[in-house]
Design a protein around this ligand. Sequence first.
Ligand SMILES: *Cc1c(COP(=O)(O)O)cnc(C)c1O
Length: 219
Amino acid sequence: MIKENVKRILEELPKGVILVAAAKTRTVEEILEAINAGVKVIGENYIQEAMRMFEVIGNKAQWHFIGKLQKNKVKKAVKIFDMIETVDSVELAREIDKRCCEINKIMPVLIEINSGREPQKSGVLPEDALEFVKEISSLPNIRIVGLMTMGPFAGDPEDARPYFVETKKIFDKIKKLNLPDVEMRYLSMGMTNSYQVAVEEGANLVRIGTKIFGMRNYK
Ligand SMILES: *Cc1c(COP(=O)(O)O)cnc(C)c1O
C-alpha cells in the first residue's frame, strides 16, 4: 500500500517538487517502506520519536523537523535533523544557532509563516516576516533557505489557496531583495488534502502523511 501510494504521488508531482513524508506516529517499518519506494525526506514532529527512528534509519533519508520545537529539545534536534522547517521566534533561532555552533554545523532553516493569522497557531505573521528574516539572518550557524506554512485547517483545499498565495508573495518579495545570508529556495506548503493546490501556487516541498501511510489514530 505505502509503496504504491508513494509511487503514485512521486509520479504526479512536477519535477523539482520534493516529497516530505510526514511520519508522526508511524512505525520504522512503514517509514522504511516509504524510503524504499523513493521517499528522500522524512518529516518529524516529535524529537523522541525522531531519535528512535533515526537510530534505525539513519541517513537513508534526510530529516526535516516540521513540528513545534521546544527550546529544551534543540540540542538533540540539531544532531539529527538536516533542516528545521518551523523557526518562528528569535529565541528559537538563537538557540539553534548556539547548539549548532557547539557541534560545528550550519543548519538550514525555513521560517514558518502564520498565514492564517490564527492566534493559537505558531509562525510569524505575514507582515512581520521580512523584519524577522533580517533579524536572524546574521546568526552564523543557521542559514535561512525559505519559508513554510500550514494555513488554517480546511476541509476544502480551495479554502487553503489564499494562504498559499500570500506566503508565496512573501517568498518572492524576500527573494527579490537578495539579502545577505538569505536564500529563498524552498517553499514548504501543502499536506494530504491541499498539496495539489500548494504546488499550483509555487510550493516545492510538500509534507504528506495520510496519503502515504493511511489514517492516523491519534495526534
Ligand atoms: C502531520 C503533518 C503533515 C501531514 O499531514 P497529512 O494531512 O497527514 O498529510 C504536514 N505538515 C505538518 C506540519 C504535520 O504536522
